[in-house]
Design a protein around this ligand. Sequence first.
Ligand SMILES: Cc1ncc(COP(=O)(O)O)c(C=O)c1O
Length: 372
Amino acid sequence: MDPKGRSKWELDTPCLTIDLDLLDENLQRMQARVAAAGKALRPHAKTHKCSMLAKMQLAAGAIGVCAAKVSEAEALLAAGVEGVLITGPIATPAKAARLKSLLRKSRSLMAVVDHVFGVELLEKQLAGSGLRLDVLVDVDVGHHRTGVAPARAMDLVQRVMACRSLWLRGIQAYAGHIQHIPRYVDRRTASLKALKQAAAVFRQLQSLDEGCTIFSASGTGTAATDLAVPELTELQAGSYALMDAEYLAIECEDGAECADYHPALTLLTTVVSVGHGRQVTVDAGLKALYRDGGRPRVLNADYTRLQYDWFGDEYGKLSAAGRGALLPELGTVLELVVSHCDPTVNQFDRFFITRGGKVVDVWPIDLRGRCQ
Ligand SMILES: Cc1ncc(COP(=O)(O)O)c(C=O)c1O
């Protein structure tokens, strides 16, 4: 049955919905802030995994989008999205070969390198092909997940500059360990300190080659404060588009419990069993809601005091802490802000797009499951 035109409360659950007006506000707000600071936005598509949403970000003014993995970039390019930066390093010949095929389709594709091994792999793969790949050196500013240490970054820069098939365009420096620091002032201090190291590398790089014009960094948690870094040229924030409980739980201003962006993404779940005391069972468990991150929040006005807990693979539990708290009846549909958006989105095939509570469209989550 075509869901368009129906109330979102009639949708079969569990399912994901996006409020189009809230999404649009989030996109416009981030874009306006970034533009006002004279920077560019290349939002991370790993968050929403949806090429239709990526196109909306491009229409709002983004210069491209980021992909975490080669397989995400494949889906984005297949949908006609340009300006894709793959933010994870390439470490096998198989991945380098896939990247080469992608480069044939889109010359605006970019990738990062964080080790001589990856540089040589890409150079070897592209040799004699007539193709040239734009690359950024990924600088580790304290997350220790990917990236070269700042002190060794210029050695890697020299190595990339010696390659015929790679064109060095700048650096990437994502401070993932800082994005969710709850206190605003601590988060700002930590981020500015981290980016200072990367800025020093970027200045050195520019003194070698003025053509290196990209310094790509930042996420939703630090975007507002990172805009003050003069050397930063583009932001990679992702979660701001959909938001989640993890991001709603951090301060957006000094001492203020607020959120810069709205939870445009919600999950609908139905009460499927009652009669278990001060709790009811809903149909969204581990296979629908990712467990790490914040605790999902109930949005229905009558039930905001209920606490969600995971209750196995298929189920969740909503408990009433206080005696007075109302418990929903069997069959009630509840709307939850999700724990952590990226891995939750990865559990579903589609978003139901709503406006004023009515379904207006259905968007495939076409990057779903693309973890290679
Ligand atoms: C390399 C990179 N850049 C940007 C982001 C976007 O961060 P956020 O979703 O917190 O805005 C991520 C998310 O993990 C990331 O891994």
